[in-house]
Design a protein around this ligand. Structure first.
Ligand code: UD1
Ligand code: CA
Length: 455
């Protein structure tokens, strides 16, 4: 049977105290609802429908590239009413109801929930909690079958002692929903159309309610405020840290790493505290990353060392490289084996050949450096003329003296030498020396002016 996924995301999220719709708040760098969509994407669903309401346009825009459909719930009249808004768009087959603010649900759990679903069976994900306050309670009959869900506000004293709770996540067929949703009534403590009431309808028809449980409660935890958000973020990061360590990565403190995307590491990688990884990052064997580095969408080849406080974005570092401390590699920085970038150096769209070095206080942008080029401290490529960017090319074994301005477009030949303090505007031939600076003047026994005592 085909599968449609319905993700409820119409609620306001008042307790977040934010202008941003709740489901767009980021967990591990990605909007919560994107986590749910990405998890659902692995279920081979026919289509995913997101029910939007509060901040509908913002949510829609943010998800424009996800290939999901949208149903609008203009007024929030309850979870049953929310699902009803997607009813028309559903194909005939199974339907899985998820929540945009329950981001850590695992695909394996959902597979388990969906497995028994057909016209005679619905799936209900429940969780047993120490403190069930606020949740809908699962009512079972003498035979142990789940026969109803009672919301906290509608429950009697006996029902309030039940610790098995409704996670909200459930699965059924479209035909069942088409039968049951129109029958929902809002005559309850909250005046809402409760999706949970379909459980009693199923039981009344003899449709069996098959319950499943998540491996851990955090999977079904919803976010209502920033404190819960932060807790889920830590839970998510802990899992990533555990996985990395199980793969042989040394984390100096597993509670002080943040991965916002995907991080792949070879063996014997060591990561010091406070590092943030964003987008797709791949790190080769034996790489050491110092404290407080930020690395986004980059590749770091084997046996490289990234020293403290370095920031890499869109960088490709071949291997055996030493970078930082305090280096900034911007997109298009490509280092061949053994190239070095030292402190307070910024590179952008810059290729460094094997063994080339930029060790101190430099900006190298839009540049192609050959092998074993040495760039002295304080060297700047003047790559921008106010309208266009220009290229600087430097041949193998060239030596650029300190405090040099290279006004691009510019080409410096192999084995060329540039004197310190030069401002170069014209190309330099292979093996040449170029110096462009004022000649030094020295006057012997120079007397400085002195202040008169009498004036
Ligand atoms: C719901 C369940 C409760 C369960 C709990 C788990 C119902 C009636 N109750 O209660 O049994 O224990 O979740 O957290 O289903 N939403 C809409 N449109 C609406 C109402 C809600 O999109 O009209 C969305 C909200 O944005 C939210 C989710 O549905 O993501 C749950 O809504 P909420 O009002 O928080 O449900 P609870 O009262 O917590
Ligand atoms: Ca409610």
């Amino acid at each position: 049977m085909s599968l449609d996924v319905v993700i409820l995301a119409a609620g306001k999220g008042t307790r977040m105290r934010s202008a941003l719709p709740k489901v767009l708040h980021r967990l591990a760098g990605k909007p919560m609802v994107r986590h749910v969509i990405d998890t659902a994407a692995g279920l081979n669903a026919e289509r995913t429908h997101v029910v939007v309401g509060h901040g509908a346009d913002q949510v829609r825009n943010s998800l424009a590239e996800c290939g999901v459909g949208f149903a609008v719930q203009a007024e929030q009249k309850g979870t049953g009413h929310a699902v009803a808004q997607a009813l028309e768009a559903l194909s005939e087959g199974r339907v899985l109801v998820l929540y945009g603010d329950v981001p850590l649900i695992r695909r394996e759990t959902l597979h388990q929930l969906l497995e028994p679903v057909d016209e005679q069976h619905i799936g209900l994900l429940t969780v047993t909690l120490e403190n069930p306050a606020g949740y809908g309670r699962i009512v079972r009959d003498a035979a142990g079958n789940a026969v109803a869900i009672v919301e906290q506000k509608d429950a009697n004293d006996d029902q309030l002692t039940i610790r098995e709770c409704n996670t909200g996540i459930m699965a059924m067929t479209a035909a069942q929903l088409r039968r049951w949703l129109p029958e929902l009534s809002a005559e309850n403590a909250q005046g809402e159309y409760y999706l949970t009431d379909i459980i009693a309808m199923a039981a009344a028809e003899g449709v069996k309610v098959v319950t499943a449980q998540p491996e851990r409660a955090v999977e079904v935890e919803g976010v209502n405020d920033r404190a819960q958000m932060a807790r889920l973020e830590r839970a998510y990061q802990n899992d990533i840290a555990e996985t990395l360590m199980s793969q042989g990565v040394a984390l100096l403190d597993p509670s002080r790493i943040d991965v916002r995307g995907s991080l792949t590491c070879g063996s014997d990688v060591e990561i010091d505290v406070g590092c943030v990884f964003e987008g797709d990052v791949e790190i080769g064997e034996g790489v050491r990353i110092g404290p407080n580095c930020v690395i986004r969408d980059s590749y770091i080849g084997a046996a490289s060392v990234i020293e403290a406080h370095s920031v890499l974005e869109g960088a490709v570092v071949a291997g055996h490289n030493r970078i930082g401390p305090f280096a900034r590699l911007r997109p298009g920085s490509r280092l061949a084996v053994g190239a070095r970038i030292g402190n307070f150096v910024e590179t952008k769209n810059a290729e460094l050949g094997e063994g080339s070095k930029i060790n101190h206080l430099s900006y190298v942008g839009d540049a192609r450096l050959g092998r074993n080029v040495n760039i002295g401290a304080g060297t700047i490529t003047c790559n921008y003329d106010g309208a266009y960017k220009h290229l600087t090319e430097i041949g193998d074994n060239a030596f650029i003296g300190s405090n040099t301005a290279l006004v691009a477009p510019l080409s410096i030949g192999r084995e060329a030498t540039v004197g310190a303090g030069s401002t170069l505007t014209r190309d330099v031939a292979d093996n040449a020396l170029a110096v462009s600076r004022g000649r030094q003047v020295s006057k012997d026994n120079w007397q400085r002016p002195v202040k008169s005592q009498t004036r």
